[in-house]
Design a protein around this ligand. Structure first.
Ligand code: AKG
Length: 466
């Protein structure tokens, strides 16, 4: 095969590979999505190399006979007159002729892979840049996977592109996966280890740290105490709690230093308790920084100054929730189609940062009213908009219902495995008033909600479910 032919064939394979990766990404997504991102980069470099290689071949013109050519060829060459120095016009002419004869007989056909290649690469690149790649796509619900690292640079256009992708996700599905957030995977692993250690403590010990009021929203919540639901009818919530309790226990951690609302730390129990306390304090701070960054991205996406929300986020009135879903008999879910690990609900605040292990079970409501699995994607954070952000944005941003059910059945044993997750519920500073953001309404009558105090709203929502 000639060099030119093999080069064109290489590019054709690149084209096929790129298309295949794009399709795979959309239809068979799971934890390996970050690997696909790397593969995209690989294909992009391969394309560049193929283009450079082909260009060199075109510029070099017909190949010189090699030293291994037959003696007849060499003799023929010797007999020829020395070639005149070609003019620029004739070189260009030769380039066109060479390129038309490049690969498949029939000249122009040889260009088809190149043209298609250009289109596919442009499509993949622009789609990826504008909306992130699809982390999950099913039943008209797309949860994109967005690389946050460009937003953490000083490059204005990269920041704007990432901000636009995040806002697009919030406006369409209300959910996205964020990678490269600046929180190291090892930090998240430590949090999961500490969380598992904490929940393994004796029940009586955990009860000493028991959650007491919605105003404070701090402390340990035993199995069956909270029933998350969209209902605000106390009788219905009581009924639901009895018939379909949430199979979970949680530990709620607020910001430190709020008068009259101390965190319920296990630091006085033992050294493990001290380590837990220090680790969770630090993680609350770490997540509050990510919260501010994501809100900055939303500000930029909405056309405001990047710091627009800083005065709404700097108090870190956020809630770090450790969740433990214990192992559960498969029979429980088989016998009762309404059984849940956490009932269907939307979140109350502005955004939620959710770290999940790789067990699975989180589901998001699609526009077709079906439940779609938000599969765990390693080293990503699930970010979703809450009701207060939807309200603030005059419903231009979606707060989407979600729930936690049993993971996919792996077939072995009669129990579903335990699951851990960590949610960081972000709220506007509790002393701020939340009302329709500029640009989200035309006239006053288009404002859908009355102004409300952030802290009051959160307390009202929490009071309904505990
Ligand atoms: O555990 C999860 O994946 C989700 C938890 C959740 O939605 C919640 O606690 O509100």
């Amino acid at each position: 095969m000639e060099l030119a032919e093999s080069s064109a064939l290489g590019m054709y394979l690149v084209l096929e590979g790129t298309t295949m990766l794009h399709d795979m990404n959309i239809y068979f997504v799971s934890w390996y999505t970050p690997i696909l991102l790397e593969a995209y980069k690989f294909w992009f470099y391969a394309i560049c190399i193929a283009i450079v290689r082909t260009t060199l071949i075109l510029l070099r013109g017909p190949a010189e006979p090699s030293p291994h050519s037959s003696s007849t060829d060499v003799n023929e060459k010797k007999e020829k007159d020395p070639e005149p120095i070609p003019s620029t016009a004739s070189l260009l002419n030769q380039l066109v002729i060479d390129s038309l004869n490049l690969t498949i007989p029939g000249s122009l056909l040889g260009w088809i892979p190149y043209i298609l290649l250009g289109q596919v690469v442009a499509m993949v690149m622009s789609d990826t840049q504008q909306h992130g790649i699809a982390g999950v796509q099913q039943d008209d619900l797309t949860i994109p996977l967005i690389d946050f690292s460009p937003f953490l640079t000083d490059d204005e256009s990269s920041k704007k592109a990432t901000a636009a992708a995040i806002l697009h996700a919030f406006r369409t599905s209300g959910f996205l996966y964020l990678s490269n957030t600046g929180i190291p995977p090892s930090t998240v692993q430590t949090i999961f280890n500490e969380s598992a250690h904490f929940f393994a403590r004796p029940e009586a010990q955990k009860e000493l740290l028991s959650w007491d009021t919605p105003q404070s929203n701090r402390g340990y919540v035993r199995f069956g105490r909270e029933k998350v639901t969209q209902s605000s009818d106390p009788d219905e919530i009581l009924r639901l709690r009895a018939s379909n309790p949430d199979y979970k226990e949680t530990m709620e951690i607020g910001r430190e230093g709020v008068a009259g609302m101390p965190n319920k730390w296990p630091e006085h129990f033992d050294d493990d308790g001290k380590r837990f306390t220090a680790t969770m304090r630090a993680f609350h701070d770490t997540c509050s920084k990510l919260h501010m960054q994501v809100m900055r991205a939303i500000a930029l996406g909405m056309g405001y100054d990047e710091g627009f929300f800083d005065g709404f986020t700097d108090a870190a009135d956020n809630n770090l929730r450790l969740l433990h879903y214990p192992p559960v008999l498969k029979k429980v879910f088989a016998d009762n189609p309404d059984a849940v690990r956490a009932g269907a609900h939307s979140d109350y605040g502005s955004i939620t940062l959710l770290f999940q292990d790789d067990v699975g079970g989180l589901e998001v409501k699609s526009p077709r009213d079906t439940w779609v699995r938000a599969v765990p994607i390693r080293d990503t954070v699930v970010v979703n908009a809450g009701d207060l952000l939807a309200r603030w944005s005059n419903d231009t941003i979606k707060s989407t219902n979600h729930r936690v059910v049993q993971p996919p059945d792996s077939g072995s044993g009669d129990m579903y495995p335990r699951r851990y997750s960590v949610a960081y519920f972000c709220n506007p500073n509790f002393d701020r008033t939340i009302e329709a953001l500029p640009g989200t309404f035309g006239s006053e009558s288009e404002k859908k909600y009355a102004p409300i105090n952030s802290g009051d709203y959160l307390t009202m929502r929490l009071a309904a479910t505990f």
